[in-house]
Design a protein around this ligand. Structure first.
Ligand code: ATP
Length: 515
């Protein structure tokens, strides 16, 4: 099945099984805003917990923070967001659709990249074992020509963005003959910059009110509290401050479900270091964050690093961890070496010193910062996409239909950990089932259900990623055993009721994911 169809299936699956709903759906929805349903909220909380435990619990030198969404408006002047937090926007006059000019160009580059990959695949098949891929990539005229073209477009775009030259941006779109994917035409408007911050008024009387902004990132809450946390926590450099919370951006293009939202949640960590040590720490955090993703057990080929062409106004170096979503490789997390830009700017605009006093060397300095920043919703989409599996199963198996849909989530992240299912709703089985449920509920989120055939109940649990199903049958009443069914293999084992707790606890232990 085409990846496009898979993406559609994932979106409908998210709705059908209570993961994600369109916001205000009964009023036809609000564009790029979503609500998390009964299963979505559990999965989201578990992903956040995985991040928090890895960052805060496992590092003795990282602490948490929960700053307010509203901040003094000067914060955004100092951070550069009022002047420079914008995206280049372009409209197609025929479809009336709006696009980010840089994204149109990046998508075009992706197409060129896949052209090269196709050439290489073809040659691989043709030449068999004697094929020298490296040599082929560097000498085959079609590969070389396409590669040069990509480099030329990339450098043109980099210059246009750095120089804020929107005419040059448009020229690239014209030169590459990029057409609107909807109308198929090249009838483009000029490119213009568009600020992404939402503003509102604070204060009850209109004349006295001030414009304030909904924060477009959580990071600034960390910077302005840098000294509060450092002093009260008696923290020594290097140390980090971690925070999760809502951020808001008036995104131009918002058509990829929860990939790009106007209200979303970030998980950010700012690591404060001594100037001069930034390269070492930048690499350390690249490696640590990559390991965090890989511990989830999805194929390693789904991740890649991408170095930034256009460095943001604050950055010294920056890269993205990209993930292969159903619509291609896209940014999942950013890792940025921000220098002392933010703290120095806040010193300048607030007139307050934001320096660290190093008692051992008797010196004060403005620390440098390495930031790791990941969108919780985007991580949610990555995890759902990687876990969503359609499997052919023998139709006799469990008496259910031949295709089963299963979310192969890491057990710690599953919304429901254990489903307790009496085989029939009579003969004392429900009572025994409830007894088991009431024992297990103190350890993890459980679910109890007695209606419908057992096969259908298993399928519904597979579809939300429940790793264990405990089935209570008549034998349970005589020998106190149940069957435990494992989601991924569908294998069933007969075990004693008393063993259930230990098995479940062992498999769900966070240590398995964190170590
Ligand atoms: P993009 O290039 O995709 O717009 P960005 O480079 O502006 O992203 P950052 O400012 O680095 O993103 O934000 C850090 C992280 O926050 C991103 O890696 C992403 O996971 C998440 N994020 C950013 N914007 C959104 C959004 N509109 N919806 C959901 N998540 C987002």
């Amino acid at each position: 099945m085409a990846d496009k169809d898979i993406f559609k299936d994932i979106i409908s699956h998210c709705k059908e099984y209570g993961f994600v709903f369109q916001s205000s759906e009964i009023y036809d929805g609000l564009s790029a805003v979503y609500d998390y349903g009964q299963n979505g909220v559990e999965l989201k909380n578990n992903i956040r917990e995985y991040w928090w435990r890895s960052m805060v619990q496992l590092h003795e030198n990282i602490v948490g923070l929960d700053a307010a969404i509203f901040m003094h408006p000067t914060v955004w002047k100092a951070s550069g967001h009022i002047d420079a937090f914008s995206d280049p926007l372009i409209d197609n006059r025929d479809s009336k659709k709006r696009y980010r000019a840089d994204v149109l160009i990046e998508d075009y580059i992706s197409k060129l990249e896949s052209k090269i990959e196709k050439e290489v695949e073809k040659a691989k098949k043709k030449f068999g074992d004697s094929f020298n891929e490296e040599l082929y990539r560097s000498t085959n005229p079609r590969c070389v020509e396409t590669k040069n073209k990509i480099e030329e477009i990339n450098s043109g775009m980099k210059n246009a963005l750095v120089e804020n030259n929107m005419e040059a941006m448009k020229q690239i779109i014209i030169d590459c003959e990029i057409a609107d994917p909807v109308s198929g035409t090249r009838n483009w408007t000029d490119v213009r910059q568009f600020n992404l911050m939402f503003s509102t008024q604070i204060g009850s009387v209109a004349e006295e009110s001030d414009t304030i902004y909904l924060r477009p990132e959580t990071a600034q809450g960390i910077f302005v509290n840098f000294l509060n946390v450092q002093k009260t926590g008696r923290l020594k450099i290097p140390f980090g401050i971690a925070q999760t919370g809502k951020a808001f951006r008036n995104e131009i293009v918002a058509r990829q479900f929860i990939f790009r939202m106007r209200e979303f949640e970030q998980m950010e960590m700012q690591f404060f270091i001594k100037p001069g040590t930034e390269d070492e720490w930048y690499n350390t955090w690249k490696q640590k964050r990559s390991a965090w993703h890989k511990r989830l057990g999805f194929p390693e080929t789904k991740y890649r690093f991408h170095d930034h062409l256009k460095l943001a106004h604050y950055a010294k170096a920056a890269c993205d961890i990209e993930f292969e979503f159903p619509f291609g490789f896209k940014e999942l997390e950013g890792i940025h070496s921000r220098g002392d830009f933010d703290l120095s700017q806040h010193e300048k605009f607030s007139g307050k010193k934001l320096q660290y006093f190093d008692g051992e060397n008797n010196e004060s300095y403005v620390p440098y910062v390495i930031e790791t920043s990941i969108g919780l919703d985007r991580m949610f989409l990555a995890i759902i996409s990687a876990s969503y599996t359609q499997e052919k199963v023998a139709s006799s198996n469990e008496g259910e239909d031949a295709t089963r849909i299963v979310l192969k989530l890491p057990a710690q992240l599953s919304p429901i950990k254990v489903a307790v299912l009496p085989l029939v709703a009579k003969d004392g089985l429900p009572e025994k089932g409830k007894e088991i449920f009431n024992r297990l509920k103190f350890d993890c989120r459980c679910f109890y259900e007695e209606k419908d055939t057992i096969g259908r109940r298993y399928r519904r649990q597979d579809a939300i990623g429940t790793p264990f199903a405990i089935t209570v049958d008549h034998q349970t009443l005589t020998d106190n055993t149940v069957t435990i069914r494992y989601r991924d293999t569908m294998q069933q084992e007969r075990i004693s009721v008393d063993a259930v707790e230990a098995i479940v606890k062992e498999k769900l232990d966070w240590k398995n994911l964190l170590k």
